[in-house]
Design a binder for this molecule. Sequence first.
Ligand code: HEM
Length: 661
Amino acid sequence: MATLTQQPTSAETSNSSGMRWLPVAVLGASALTLAVPLAAWSGATAELLLGDVGPLVRWGMIVVGVLHDAAAAVTVGLLVVGGFLVPEGRHSDRRESAARAAALTAIVWALAAAVKLVFSFAEGSGQALSTPGFIDNFFVNVLGIDLFRYQLIEVILVIAVVLMAGSVRTRNGLAWAGALAVGALMPVAYTGHSGDAEGHETAVTALGLHLLGVTLWAGGLIALLMLRPQLGKALKITVERYSTMALWCFIAVGFSGVLFALQSADDWSDLNSSYWLLIFAKTALMAVLGWFGWTQRRRIIDRGVDKPGAFARLATSEIVVMGAAMGVAVTLSRTPPPLLDESGLSDPAFALTGFRSPPPLEASSWLSVWELNWLFLLTALFAMGLYLAGVIKMRRRGDRWSASATILWMIGWLIFIYITNGAPGVYGRVLFSMHMVMHMALMMAVPIFLVLGTPITLALRTLPKRKDKTLGAREVLLAVVHSRYAAFIANPVVAGVLFFGSLVGFYWSGALELALRTHTGHILMTFHFLLVGYTFVWSLIGTDPGPAKWPAPLRLIVLLATLAAHAFFGLALMQGTWLLAPEFFKTIDIVWVDDLLVDQQLGGTIAWGIGELPTMVLALLVTKDWLASDEREAKRTDRQADRDDDAELAAYNEQLKRMSS
Ligand code: HEM
């Protein structure tokens, strides 16, 4: 039996082709072993009094749910381990076999997702599969409901993963297939119990993070075991890299699981429900998995001691527990959560935005009104934490890092937290003027602070370099900043057009309403405008590594042109006489807003007003850069003149003499 570092014998490699699917079978079997009896106990498969669609669908949802989650995990695991963790080596078939296996599990994932969609439709329509006209009804109505639309998007994305995993063979190809597979998981986050309950956004964020953590963690471990016979000496470094990823997954799964669970409890009595007992069971399994992770680190990685098969044995036992947790999870997702107090959720704002109407806007509201948006909050905290870790690493090795850059980065993210979780974010959902405050701060104020924090320089100076041609964080970052895509969008003119074009495109198309009504729209709007703002500011004043900078005078011209266009945008709103997203604002009918058009015109003033200050700062910084580059040029010319006895002046005078003679 091969140990952690010994080469697998040819006999082992050949008979592992069948055996290599054993870990997948272990995960599936362990999950089903727990899911089926638990589902009978928790009521997940109980016959419905009204609109019951039969045992095939009720029990099918459990079995297909396990197949779905297991196949998704293994697909993501194989593509991510193959694309990012496994060293390049003589055995290029490592990547090949990871891709081929991932294509197979992705087929299972796609089929399971499609069956889940049909079963959900049966449940949603209260029609058993055998009902005459079921198929017609399915095709006519499947796009009409959010839940089914998300499930259909998942099926389409997973089919794309099948095609990609089946065709790519390069490291980058596998990495992109891995990214697509992770993307295909996200629609699932909208299909959990969070549905249309209060805290919907928190639940979707939590489930998204949960699924990402679980699939990388469980799928990554299974991929390691499946590829082990081909890894030979590379197994140790691959296990070390996986272990770092697994630690982050452990934290993400625990945190997101608890965050989701807390959306499903109103008071202590709810903790006695079968839903919560399943959650406690998962928490216990999580603790056991924590022990496994710790043991792997201590016994297998740190000591490097390896009795024959020690890693494989420990990992296989860990997969049994992961399977069990997955089985409990599938049952949990089918078990009715405790009924929450939904009184007061009848106001139109909740129906349209998923949030209750905020109290009337007063001066104190700017500091007192908050609604945590976990996705944006976690993004900011993660960005601040990573940056601080980089600064500490620099300091520890005796390198200096600018304190002002650190402070600016932190201020940038604190502003981001305030505008997405505080009053601008809360009122920006129902009030056009406050939406504009949030929007302008996101696009103009936050990026200036973040760009001056020079995060890419810090990252490239602190992230470890991979020496085996694999894609670590540093390699991915370098590939992005030096890509043709970055060179194109960081061109000041392109960045300026994107900056202004996005504004006009967003407000004068249906995108505004989509961002106000849907969670996805809100997320896409926020990150799009943050990135567009960041790219524009970076193209003007960024000092981080990246595409060549335009001469300062040209940058100033681009800035002034964009400023003029932006002022025009503000003016158009200030003088506009027709309402943007009229249906939305009229339907939510916020009682304390007297005149919607006046509020919109105020939004125009804000767009113009808030836009001025950051633009002024940008203009000053570009001018400062201009002066500095002139100074640098003057010094360079002086040094040159010192070195070559001012040959340039002599040549110039010579030319003047020739012209005058
Ligand atoms: C502290 C530990 C954990 C807690 C509190 C927790 C909690 C939850 C909650 C509340 C859900 C949503 C269920 C619903 O839709 O109502 C969920 C889903 C899920 N959990 Fe966990 N979880 C934990 C650990 C784990 C672990 C260790 C795994 C597997 C290794 C796991 C796998 C999953 C999966 C696959 C789903 C999605 C189920 C589906 O929709 O098919 N969880 N979890």
